[in-house]
Design a protein around this ligand. Structure first.
Ligand code: DOR
Ligand code: ZN
Ligand code: ZN
Length: 352
């Protein structure tokens, strides 16, 4: 008999739902169905759409498009640009975090100019989270800005030993800094990237086995696990210029439950990393009568067929896992049970 346990609904502070502008990859319906199927009851959406979320109009459009169509609760982050700083104060109560892209990746939100970055860090309201995509050496720059402007810094998807060491040092120095890690960096390496080809192409890139191990060895210095669900179609991935990004909403919990069943992670730590810390750090409102039921199962193989994400593939295809989501209850209503979705019962949320 599988062992069934109840967990608080998972919280994901880092997803790319792609609507509006890139709905061939994902949209609010398919993305939040994938989230619910993966055990998430609340997710936060990133701003790097083709028309980026860098103005009140773009944010309002996302809110309007999502309302009434979502299967879990959904909040939004805002993008930093030279011009979006003027909206910070107006929008600060509607958005969870400011996202600063300090390296090249999907979309046009790259900010490298030191003067503009100073402007962004100095104008973002103190006490609210500033999230960075800052790989390797760039992370040093982000930490320096955060120190100078007394920012609440959240470092997205750390992937290397160097990055975790930088975070540990900054924490020791008393900076207000948190970080997340994603399952593709916890479970895959550059060796997998070779066989995955374009389907293993992601920023930050899949790293070495030593890097991967350093993330597990330093879980106590990592604040949360985020999916960084970044779907692209198979056609795009097989095309001449494959975009970076991998989906993750439906595979993270089975992978983490497998780590629990192997004794590499405790249930208490899993709850801290997927619910308590992200909720506290991002001021996510409470969800009464909300929980999920998961079961530890016989080993089974992850395959892309039952996935709700529009992209219908996973870099973890073929991996053996030992846990699955059985039921998801949001505010007393069943939104997912034995592979079936009901709803939409999700709400657009704002910071508490
Ligand atoms: O691989 C990535 N894909 N990294 C990012 O930072 C962005 C993401 C995307 O939006 O596709
Ligand atoms: Zn990123
Ligand atoms: Zn991302």
């Amino acid at each position: 008999m599988p062992k069934k346990i109840t967990l608080p609904g998972l919280v994901d502070v880092h997803t790319h739902l792609r609507e509006p502008g890139a709905t061939q990859k994902e949209d609010f319906e398919t993305g939040t169905k994938a989230a619910a199927a993966g055990g998430y009851t609340v997710i936060l959406d990133m701003p790097n759409n083709p028309i980026p979320t860098v103005s009140p109009q773009a944010l309002d459009q996302k809110i309007a498009l999502a309302t009434g169509r979502i299967y879990c609760d959904l909040g939004f982050h805002f993008g930093a640009t030279k011009d979006s700083t003027k909206h910070f104060n107006l929008l600060k109560n509607k958005i969870f975090g400011l996202k600063v892209y300090m390296n090249h990746t999907t979309g046009d939100l790259l900010l490298e100019d030191g003067h503009i970055l100073e402007e962004v860090f100095s104008r973002w309201p103190k006490g609210k989270i500033i999230m960075v995509h800052a790989e390797g050496e760039t992370l040093i720059k982000a930490i320096n800005f955060a120190g100078k402007f007394k920012s609440r810094l959240h470092v997205c998807h750390i992937a290397t030993k160097q990055e975790i060491e930088l975070i540990k040092k900054a924490k020791k120095q008393g900076l207000d800094i948190s970080c997340e890690v994603s399952c593709h960096h916890l479970f895959l390496t550059e060796e997998d990237a070779k066989s995955l080809g374009p389907f293993g192409k992601v920023r930050p890139p899949l790293a070495t086995e030593e890097d991967r191990k350093s993330l597990w060895d330093n879980l106590d210095s990592i604040d949360m696990i985020a999916s960084d669900h970044a779907p692209h179609t198979k056609e795009e991935k097989n095309g001449p210029n494959p975009p970076n990004g991998v989906p993750g909403l439906e595979t993270s919990l089975p992978l983490l439950l497998t780590a629990v069943s192997e004794g590499r992670l405790t249930i208490e730590k899993l709850i801290e990393l997927t619910n308590e810390n992200p909720r506290r750090i991002f001021n996510i409102p409470d969800q009464p009568d909300t929980f999920i039921e998961v079961e530890f199962t016989k080993p089974y193989i992850l395959n892309p067929i039952p996935l709700f994400t529009k992209c219908h593939w996973t870099p973890f295809e073929g991996m053996e896992v030992r846990g699955r989501v059985k039921r998801v209850i949001l505010r007393g209503q069943i939104v997912f049970e034995d592979g079936k979705i009901s709803g939409p019962f999700g709400k657009v949320i704002f910071p508490s």
